[in-house]
Design a protein. Structure first.
Length: 431
């Protein structure tokens, strides 16, 4: 079975220092132009403790774009066996490369994630993440196989086939995006087959989702279903960087023998004390083909100072509250989409589907929300007024709310759901 416990503090720190020193030494001597320049003033022998980590330079996503396509690969291409990519705002994808060793590590950390969630080797894993250049599908796929599961590589989309396979195969564990898992539950209820499904564990990631959304997803699937968060990003390895456990909801266990976490102030870059919120920074301690040193993820979290369950030793971080680059500035106020989702999901008269529009047509940016009604008999003006007041209290920004009938907003059957839209002319971005 994969290691779901981790090392106690002292041996963990010793292993991390050893691996960090080895990484820095390799990056300074591998002959890669990017790393030779980035680490030109770093003496590898100066890295002797974890307290030396903040003295090392950051890596950021722009570095991967600036060295596109393969400028950050540190091994000969003859030693690599896989390439993945994610879409980029600049038009160029972010490419990541793996050696056989990297793929073995990736399979291992995903097997850990599955086991930590309660998956057993005799389970049939229904893998609803997209396959291809996106890292989600293959990451969970090889993790499931490493654990000993029978993996169903169904990918995203085609809800009718998904539900047929879930019912006929009796899968107890499903991996998918939160939005797609919610859609599957809705369609199963519409077809009156929800009671025929045996799904107990949802391993949900690739999208930000709140505690309120967890409640909506679990309610949609019915009693006995637990929605768990899995975290990862392609620049680090893909899914499997950290995982939530059913006995420790709200905390993500970082597999810190492979991924060394820090939390820094997003503005200054200074490390913040445990317990304070900031930007997650990760160093890949064991990756060969395309390691990253102090990679600024843009994800907002905090290192949890309490140890959590006594039989586990991983570094625990809070579930992400959003991304620093997702922040919206509306009339001088900083707003995170997750704040809006929390308000909507906390209201019993609102459904689980919504969209946020950032209206840039006028001299001042405006914000508005469209959301589906839930299963309610409440009057629409009453619900609208309540939501607008709560949003004003929480955000300090006037946010008009439009409530629409249940099921009237489009669903995402493949890929990540889009929640934030921009309006620059009179065309409704929500159609």
């Amino acid at each position: 079975m994969p290691d779901t416990v981790g090392l106690p503090a002292e041996p963990r720190a010793a292993l991390q220092v050893e691996r960090l020193r080895s990484l820095v030494r390799r990056l300074t001597t591998c002959g890669n132009t990017f790393w030779s320049e980035r680490l030109s003033e770093v003496d590898p022998s100066s890295v002797t403790t974890l307290q030396d980590l903040p003295s090392l330079p950051f890596t950021v996503k722009a570095d991967l774009r600036d060295t596109y396509p393969l400028g950050m690969v540190t091994t000969p291409l003859t030693d690599t066996t896989r390439l993945h990519a994610s879409s980029g705002t600049s038009g160029k994808p972010t490419i990541v490369v793996y050696t056989p060793h990297d793929l073995a590590v990736w399979a291992e950390v995903n097997a850990r994630s599955l086991a930590l969630a309660g998956t057993r080797p005799d389970d049939i894993l229904h893998n609803g993440y997209g396959y291809g250049l996106f890292t989600g599908g293959l990451g969970l796929h090889y993790g499931g196989e490493r654990l000993g599961c029978t993996v169903v590589p169904v990918s995203g989309g085609n809800t009718a086939l998904q539900l047929q396979l879930l019912r006929d195969l009796g899968s107890r564990v499903m991996s998918a995006t939160p939005s797609f898992s919610l859609l599957l539950a809705e369609r199963a209820r519409e077809q009156e087959i929800l009671g025929d499904l045996n799904v107990e564990i949802g391993i949900l990631g690739a999208e930000p989702w709140s505690e309120g959304m967890r409640t909506r997803i679990q309610d949609a699937w019915g009693g006995g279903f637990t929605a768990l968060d899995i975290y990862g990003l392609s620049e680090v390895i893909g899914p499997g960087v950290a995982m939530e456990a059913p006995d420790d909801l709200g905390a993500l266990n970082v597999f810190d023998d492979h991924f060394l976490p820090e939390v820094v102030d997003p503005e200054s870059g200074e490390v913040v004390p445990d317990g304070e919120w900031g930007e997650l920074v990760l160093t890949t301690l064991t990756k060969q083909a395309m390691p990253v040193l102090r990679y600024r993820t843009g994800d907002i979290t905090r290192i949890l100072p309490d140890p959590g369950p006594p039989d586990r030793h991983w570094t625990r971080i809070a579930r992400l509250t959003g991304r620093s680059d997702d922040m919206l500035v509306v009339r001088g106020i900083n707003v995170y989409p997750r704040q809006i989702e929390t308000v909507l999901m906390d209201d019993p008269d609102v459904g689980a589907n919504y969209a946020i529009v950032v209206d840039r047509r006028g001299p001042m940016v405006e914000l508005r929300v469209r959301a589906e009604l839930g299963d309610t008999t409440a009057e629409i003006p009453e619900v609208t007024d309540r939501l607008q007041k709560v949003l004003m209290d929480r955000l300090r920004v006037r946010t008009p709310v439009e409530l629409v009938p249940p099921g009237s907003m489009p669903r995402t059957e493949a890929g990540k759901v889009k929640r934030v839209f921009e309006q620059v002319d009179d065309t409704d971005p929500l159609g």
